[in-house]
Design a protein around this ligand. Structure first.
Ligand code: FAD
Ligand code: UDP
Length: 406
């Protein structure tokens, strides 16, 4: 058994009940559910030369499993999501740890009681921790925005330290904006921990697919009702028919190979690109990844080091921590963030969330709302900052809804 691949030119579109654009978690989970629960014939078109979306991984020349589109660590609060994925892959018990390199000194991120001791020395840290506990309670989390809103001079000192040494430069590199300029939900992803828990995520369910994400996806897609066409871009195979000639006219139908496709179309790519960016491109941040294999056992003290006050790159990840192996070498990856200017050469990785961009996105979304069989789903199509588990959860919900309507 394996994934059923086909060339788009050989496809008889009338043989399919569901059309999915994009083969990340959003597309692949919907495809699996529709195929297995509903016995629907599902066609997935994917513009890349491989499945698994941003989760795609492969073994490099040093025998190390690397993530081609950025480090992906699985974590979720939702037992249902973890159970679902565990059907397709075993998971290791990996728990991600991150340190910030602050002028050559490593300290845990999220910033916690241990970081406080490294930054301020034990005696002063003890006083500051007492103040934090008194104000917010013990064993809890507080966002940098909440911390900066405090009037107490000692709390202000902590807030200034964390803001200037953990958030300011990293956020400027990552977003081209200061922490005050990004949506508060973005920096709230990494709160200060009033605890000694040095894990990056506290979710109940965490780990890495034991044989990697690509293998997990191969199992997910291994169903006789699912066909995958790689190297196939929706824009080049969709014929969009609008209700009128005006720019804001809504979609009437989507034709594929000259036939209106009337079954569900689950679209997981960027919505603006589907409409050839007629209202201007939605802003995204893109990334460049620089891989390097070193002739040494390990390079970093933990899975990822964030460079929060220096360097042009934001972080380095060492893959051996994520999926341990016996190679005498190690492969690391530096991430450089940049603006997204050229869809032919770059990948849109992060939606830039703010009111103006959300309104811009809504203008594109309105074009689709007249088409009852069109479902935008996923981090790109919904223009949101979603983690993998949320996407899997939303894909399970959408499939259940589609099967109920059937
Ligand atoms: P994607 O995985 O992006 O899949 C969309 C697919 O659609 C892609 O394969 C794309 O090629 C294809 N596509 C796009 N347009 C078209 C088109 N026009 N025609 C055909 N195909 C098209 N989440 C976590 O939970 N943990 C992490 O540690 C984590 N780390 C991350 C690190 C980075 C650098 C980034 C950018 C994201 C990270 N995420 C992480 C988030 C995770 O990548 C997303 O939640 C996940 O990819 C969402 O799945 P998706 O299917 O919506 O999108
Ligand atoms: N962030 C930061 N310094 C850090 C870690 C995170 O400034 O050491 C900020 C930064 O703006 C980043 C956001 O918090 O974009 C969210 O971080 P996360 O690690 O969740 O980002 P992701 O892994 O999704 O890129």
């Amino acid at each position: 058994m394996a994934v059923h691949y086909a060339q788009f030119k050989d496809i008889d579109i009338t043989a399919y009940d569901v059309l999915v654009v994009g083969c990340g978690f959003a597309g692949a989970v919907v495809a699996r559910q529709m195929a297995q629960q509903g016995e629907k014939n599902v066609l997935i078109i994917e513009k890349r030369a491989q499945i698994a979306g941003n989760m795609y991984d492969e073994v490099d020349d040093a025998g190390i499993l690397i993530h081609k589109y950025g480090p992906h660590i699985f974590h979720t609060k939702e037992g249902r999501v973890f159970q679902y994925l565990r059907f397709f892959s075993g998971f290791t018990a990996y728990q991600h740890r991150v340190q910030a390199d602050i002028h050559g000194t490593y300290m845990p991120v999220p910033f916690n009681k241990t970081s406080m001791e490294i930054a301020f020395g034990e005696e002063k840290a003890a006083r500051l921790i007492d103040k934090l506990v008194e104000t917010f309670g013990d064993e809890c989390k507080v966002t940098i925005t909440q911390l900066r809103a405090q009037d107490d001079p000692e709390l202000k000192e902590i807030a200034d330290y964390v803001y200037n040494n953990v958030f300011l430069y990293y956020t400027q590199k990552q977003w081209g904006l200061t922490p005050d300029e990004v949506d508060p939900s973005v920096v709230a992803r990494v709160p200060v921990h009033i605890s000694r828990d040095d894990r990056y995520f506290q979710d109940d369910f965490q780990g890495m697919p034991a044989q990697g994400y690509t293998k997990l996806f191969e199992n997910l897609l291994d169903d006789e009702h699912i066909t995958v066409c790689l190297n196939t871009d929706a824009e080049s195979v969709f014929d969009l028919v609008f209700q009128g000639p005006e720019e804001d006219a809504q979609l009437k139908e989507i034709r594929v190979k000259d036939v209106p496709f009337t079954g569900p179309i689950v679209y997981t790519g960027p919505l603006d690109e589907l409409f050839l960016s007629r209202f201007g491109r939605l802003p995204y941040r893109s990334l460049n990844f620089e891989f390097e294999t070193l002739d040494q056992d390990h390079f970093l003290p933990c899975g990822t080091v964030n460079y929060t006050v220096s360097e042009d790159y934001t972080r380095i990840t060492e893959f051996k921590y994520l999926n341990p192996c016996n190679s005498p070498k190690t492969t690391i990856m530096r991430e450089y963030s940049c603006s997204y200017e050229d869809p032919t050469k770059q990948t849109p990785y992060y939606a830039i969330i703010n009111d103006e961009n959300n309104a811009h996105y809504q203008r594109y979304l309105r074009l689709t709302q007249s088409l009852p069989n069109f479902y935008p789903l996923g981090r790109l199509a919904e223009y949101r900052y979603y983690n993998m588990d949320v996407i899997v959860s939303r894909a399970l919900d959408l499939s259940a809804e589609l099967l109920k309507e059937d």
